[in-house]
Design a protein around this ligand. Structure first.
Ligand code: GDP
Ligand code: IMO
Ligand code: MG
Length: 419
């Protein structure tokens, strides 16, 4: 049996939540492998809308095991809130979520540090979601973090206090007075995790489950936010590429099956950092409006621009995507023309490589397509799709060398065309 991996190929928010929800019936397990509550994965069905942050997007389909892997950073408070929201909507979670002992915990002081470090950066801020992601992964890599398995030990409070004191000293250096108000709730939620989730040695669990059925690994963020390959330092703090699924779950690379790369028919980015095809005009505004491009986690307006094939080919290369899923095609229904960047000009030189430098001026080289000017949201099969749109899809396949197998034409799980 195999682990198929869903990853975002752009700057996050490609529509991974919808895709995982649509694909879940084919899998016995859905597993998150990196990131944490910085993610916001939206699912829509039966007139209802849910946004998940840490819980895998398989939770709405009965019989599926949902696993939070060792590569994830977990904030007990947001996870408990998420469970409450689902339960209040009649979605059962008890007995359906496995949590890795080796996942690291986000402490209230990690969140405070995230805010303080961002504030200290002034104009050079990353645009973090302020969920404590960077500081929690810093402690993990610095071998100072607290893990979920630690909560099962009698000296947990002692370890917590020691780490908190380290954070308090850092906060003071940054001129911040640490508040303790979130700690009580956080501790209560630690108890809830022990009572309401199943804490496991997830690498053994995953490999045993893999002998019985296929697993879908659900990526968070996007390849262009990867800590190694994104536009550093304007990145998140985890490995968002396919390799992250191996280290974030404990599965061998040879167990990876399909690598499903998700991209929007255009591009968005939230937070700071380079975005070569960004639009500052009415067309960008139209994308934002039509695509409801507001962050699922922070509510911030997303920056919008044309599809960037330089970045897309780069992301496909890094993860070896075997199939592509195009999302939000319907957002460009009313456009007279649709553009796509096929290369860049940097200092007057044409290149098809994504640059190392984050501050170099990049001029995209565009190819223009005639708009399809018809609503796609009612399309359910390939023959329903207009020729102009199919020409756009075929061009992307030629440019990337990977088939586009799935076209999403609306937020609902039914608004989907399989090819
Ligand atoms: P994720 O983080 O990759 O799961 O993506 P988000 O949930 O943050 O953002 C995607 C947004 O687009 C959500 O509001 C989805 O409901 C919505 N969405 C997903 N697919 C489509 C689509 O094909 N068309 C439209 N119009 N919206 C979509
Ligand atoms: P999903 O899974 C879009 C961005 C933030 C910021 C940078 C670092 O929903 O696609 P962090 O909080 O990780 O330290 O922020 O990364 N970012 C995302 N952008 N979608 C996400 O997740 C994101 N998670 C983080 O905006 O620029
Ligand atoms: Mg999102």
């Amino acid at each position: 049996m195999k682990v198929d991996v869903v990853i975002g190929l752009q700057w996050g928010d490609e529509g991974k939540g919808k895709v995982v929800d649509v694909l879940t019936p084919k899998y016995s397990v859905v597993a998150r492998f990196q990131g944490g509550p910085n993610a916001g994965h939206t699912l829509e069905f039966d007139g209802k809308k849910f946004v998940l942050h840490t819980i895998p997007s398989g939770i709405f389909r009965g019989g599926t095991v949902n696993l939070i892997g060792n590569g994830v950073v977990v904030d007990p408070t947001t996870l408990a809130d998420e469970i409450d929201t689902l339960n209040a909507a009649g979605v059962a979670t008890i007995g359906k979520i496995l949590l890795s002992k080796k996942a690291h915990l986000i402490l209230p002081t990690h969140r405070a540090l995230d805010a303080a470090q961002e504030a200290a950066k002034g104009g050079a801020k990353i645009g973090s979601t302020l969920k404590g992601i960077g500081p929690a992964y810093t402690d993990k890599i610095g071998r100072a973090g607290l893990r979920v398995g630690d909560v099962l030990h009698p000296d947990f409070k002692k370890k917590y206090d020691a780490l908190k004191q380290k954070h308090v000293a850092l906060l003071r250096q940054l001129g911040c007075a640490p508040g303790g108000e979130e700690e009580e709730k956080w501790m209560q939620c630690i108890d809830r995790l022990q009572n309401e989730l199943t804490i496991v040695d997830s690498e053994y669990e995953v490999n045993e489950l893999l002998n019985k059925g296929n697993i879908l690994a659900e990526g968070a963020q996007g390849s262009m936010l990867d800590v190694d390959f994104g536009s550093y330092p304007f990145v998140t703090s985890s490995s968002t590429v396919c390799a992250g699924a191996c280290t974030g779950l404990g599965v061998a690379p040879g167990r990876v099956g399909e690598v499903i790369g998700i991209f929007k028919a255009y591009c968005t980015r939230v937070g700071s950092g380079p975005f070569p095809t960004e639009l500052y005009d009415e067309v960008g505004e139209q994308m934002r409006r039509q695509g409801c491009e507001l962050g699922s986690t922070t509510g911030r307006p997303r920056r919008c621009g044309w599809l960037d094939l330089v970045a897309l080919r780069y992301s496909i290369m890094l993860s070896g995507a075997t199939q592509l899923f195009m999302m939000k095609a319907d957002v460009m229904d009313n456009f007279d023309a649709v553009k796509v960047a096929t290369g860049y000009k940097i200092n007057g030189e044409a290149t098809d490589r994504y640059p190392y430098e984050v501050d170099v001026p990049v001029e995209p080289i565009y190819k223009e397509f005639r708009g399809w000017k018809m609503p796609l949201s009612g399309c359910r099969t390939e023959k329903d799709l207009p020729q102009e749109f199919l020409g756009y899809v075929t061009f992307i396949e030629q440019q990337t060398g990977v088939p586009v197998k799935f076209i999403s034409v609306g937020p609902d799980r039914k608004e989907t065309v399989l090819r």
